[in-house]
Design a protein around this ligand. Structure first.
Ligand code: HDE
Length: 681
């Protein structure tokens, strides 16, 4: 089948693995029949000797592997990272040298849900990048939220057990809105910062392409002279940070549970390649490992960008979809310990536990110790290790002395010396102060509220509105009064207005704060709104009627595609247009959640009053999307919730007049003023 670039999702034709187009057994023997098992007579019992039957069924029986215990639901893409060279002053890592290009594979994920769960649930998103550098693989295994629930990895099983479905009925799937989750996070106040981010619009991204990414932990970079700096990694999306509104997220769970996965693949296929800049906040590596009083080893803290700007060090473009989901996206194995010379870890107790956990879980998930040989996990650097044998060994190692030192294989492999030219990985010789073994935590980890309040105070009115609604929804799903009340007490310790609004929604009175509120300077960089962004790969639903001119449609489509926006034609029926252009949706099959904006064409006036069209426009209006019409399409709008004079609705006589206005409105992501008055403050 030829691949049709105009139809997203057209499968790539099957390529024979080893050069035959005939059906064979796994052993390569051509088969004459794969539709009937070998039986004693036409209606007789099946014979045990049927090797092909047993091979086919046995392999099928073992097609599934254990899903990831967290981050099971994911989607991925290949791409390339190009370094600006600006990191050369702080790290010797050669993939960060100017103009160096490095292949990457990125897997995005939700955390809580099973592999088949919906994409648009409220959750943290994983953002894991494998850099196939010339000096070995570097994995930056981050999230779209810069802080974590817990400060010490020993509590990871606790938070995950609390967040996963209840063990008795195994519900709810992929949700934090339940008793055990809020029980845990209200008993462990260090989780309050992460949950505040979850309850904000960051918890329901519009797409993977519009998410920020964070390394979360502080890393250590080592320069050519062996000098170290502490850094925090940030991915900044070219399209800006953009979220769904909650009702859209819920609707998509039903209409299109694959929404994010589809969006990523479609955008790449359409040539709207997702792009991020990698940046670092750089701090001096002092013995205290703090910056302006913030403990850099505490993963529940950020360093506001206003205090330490994010300095761009390179750009990542995702330009190729995986060929096979299982082989690549499912089998990819990230590891925080995949480091290259010039990058090292720190003593963050969360990071330290992760260094152990990833290989351990992959041993089970990928069935033995040789998963680094799976094609997607293979390093692009030359390998000469002494790892041998084990399940699924696919190398045929030569030689007789896989040990060091040896004199039998000519002493090979050699251990490189520690000179800079040898480019061996050297653990940075961090000085360990006199210390006693202890299970205690530093006092600098004790403040669990001031940065949460700072986040809240940095939000615009519309973002605050969404946070209040999210806490209200989540806690309304908790059935135990003590859980709700304990959490609302924490909200009072974050901000009394927040607590009061959530308590009112839940039907009780908010308590007073039990701690003194700290007013840190707001950090405008935490807000997602108030700027304008490129439109690549966003969609406009173009509603056409029986009288719409084919030339006008072609003109508008060309203008939109020229601006990297995808127009989807919505017509009363599915018949192609007179010039052969296919209709993408009918009024019966289109739902607002697929589109970022709606444009009603001239010649559509006979559609006025159509209930499905009114629903489409009504929902789009309610979700603060840009809406436009030209010619007699304006009459259609007048019969819907989006009256032509309302906020964020644009109308004109000619198409030219309306398209530019619509694109400008879309650049701000949504018509925020429609959601709350003075939305941006
Ligand atoms: Fe993970 N995490 N994690 N995590 N994590 C896994 O590894 C773990 C943490 C993150 O697309 C698992 O192969 C522990 C922070 C991502 O394949 C597992 C702790 C951050 C992914 C695991 C953490 C992450 C994982 C499950 C606390 C953001 C998906 C399957 C000490 C900085 C990677 C697997 C992919 C996956 C353990 C905390 C990000 C069980 C013990 C903090 C993006 O090993």
């Amino acid at each position: 089948m030829a691949k049709d670039p105009t139809i997203p999702g057209t499968p790539v034709p099957h390529q024979p693995i080893t050069g035959t187009d005939r059906l064979t057994t796994a052993g390569g023997v051509p088969l004459r029949d794969t539709d009937h098992s070998l039986k004693a007579g036409q209606r007789g019992p099946t014979l045990l000797q049927d090797h092909h039957l047993r091979e086919k069924i046995t392999h099928f029986d073992h097609e599934r592997i254990p899903e990831r215990v967290v981050h099971a639901r994911g989607a991925a893409a290949h791409g390339v990272f190009t370094a600006y060279g600006t990191a050369e002053t702080v790290t010797s890592a050669t993939f960060l040298k100017k103009d160096k290009e490095t292949p990457v594979f990125v897997r995005f994920s939700t955390v809580l849900g099973s592999r088949g769960s919906a994409d648009t649930v409220r959750d943290t998103r994983g953002f894991a990048t494998k850099f196939y550098t010339d000096e070995g693989t570097f994995d930056l295994v981050g999230n779209n939220i810069p802080v974590f629930f817990i400060q010490d990895g020993i509590k990871f099983p606790d938070i995950v057990h609390a967040a996963k479905p209840h063990p008795d009925r195994e519900i709810p799937q992929a949700q934090s809105a339940h008793d055990t989750f809020w029980d845990f996070v209200s008993l462990h106040t260090e989780a309050q910062h992460h949950t505040m981010w979850n309850m904000s619009d960051r918890g329901i991204p519009r797409s993977f392409r519009t998410m920020e990414g964070f390394g979360v932990h502080t890393f250590r970079l080592i320069d050519d002279n062996g000098e170290a700096s502490l850094v925090k990694f940030h991915w900044k999306p070219k399209l800006g940070v953009h979220a769904l509104v909650w009702e859209e997220a819920q609707m998509l769970g039903g209409f299109d549970p694959d929404f994010h996965r589809r969006d990523l693949a479609d955008a790449i296929e359409a040539g709207a390649f997702p792009e991020w800049e990698l940046g670092v906040q750089i701090f001096p590596d002092t013995p205290q490992q703090t910056f302006q009083g913030i403990d850099l080893l505490d993963p529940t803290k950020i360093v506001p960008e206003e205090l330490a700007p994010v300095q761009p060090i390179g750009k990542m473009v995702l330009n190729r979809n995986p060929t096979n989901y299982f082989a690549e996206t499912e089998q990819v194995a990230f590891h925080v310990g995949h480091l290259v010379p010039g990058i090292d870890v720190t003593d963050d107790a969360l990071m330290q536990a992760r260094l152990f956990s990833y290989v351990d879980t992959q041993l089970t998930r990928l069935g033995g110790p040789n998963f680094e040989q799976i094609p997607i996990n293979r390093t692009h650097a030359p390998v000469n290790d002494m790892l041998r044998d084990g399940l699924h060994q696919s190398e045929i190692h030569s030689g007789i002395a896989p040990y060091h030192p040896n004199s039998l294989d000519g002493g090979c492999p050699f251990v490189p010396d520690g000179s800079p030219d040898a480019r061996a990985f050297i653990d940075h010789p961090v000085k360990i102060t006199d210390a006693e073994k202890t299970r205690e935590q530093a006092a600098s980890f004790d403040d669990h509220f001031s940065q949460v309040r700072q986040f809240w105070l940095s939000m615009t009115p519309v973002e605050k509105e969404h946070i209040v609604a999210a806490y209200s929804f989540e806690l309304s799903k908790c059935t135990l009064p003590q859980v709700r009340e304990r959490q609302v007490q924490h909200l009072a310790n974050i901000d009394p207005e927040l607590a009061s609004r959530v308590a009112t929604a839940l039907g009780f009175t908010a308590p007073q704060p039990t701690i003194e509120l700290a007013d840190l300077e707001p950090s405008p960089a935490l807000s997602m709104v108030g700027q304008t962004w490129p439109l690549d790969g966003r969609t406009i639903g173009l509603v056409i009627g029986p009288e719409t001119s084919v030339e006008a449609i072609a003109g508008v489509r060309n203008t939109l595609m020229g601006r990297s926006v995808t127009p989807l034609l919505i017509a009363p029926d599915g018949a192609p247009l007179a010039d052969g252009t296919p209709v993408d949706r009918t009024l019966q099959t289109a739902r607002s959640v697929e589109f970022d904006a709606i444009l009603v064409a001239d010649g559509a006036s006979s559609l006025a009053g159509d209930p499905m069209l009114s629903l489409l426009i009504g929902e789009s209006y309610r979700h603060a999307k840009a809406i436009g019409a030209w010619g007699d399409g304006v009459e259609v709008l007048a019969t819907t919730a989006a009256a032509p004079s309302s906020t964020g609705v644009t109308a004109a006589e000619q198409a030219d007049g309306v398209v530019e206005d619509l694109l400008t409105l879309m650049g701000s992501h949504r018509v925020w003023e429609r959601l709350v008055p003075n939305a941006l403050g």
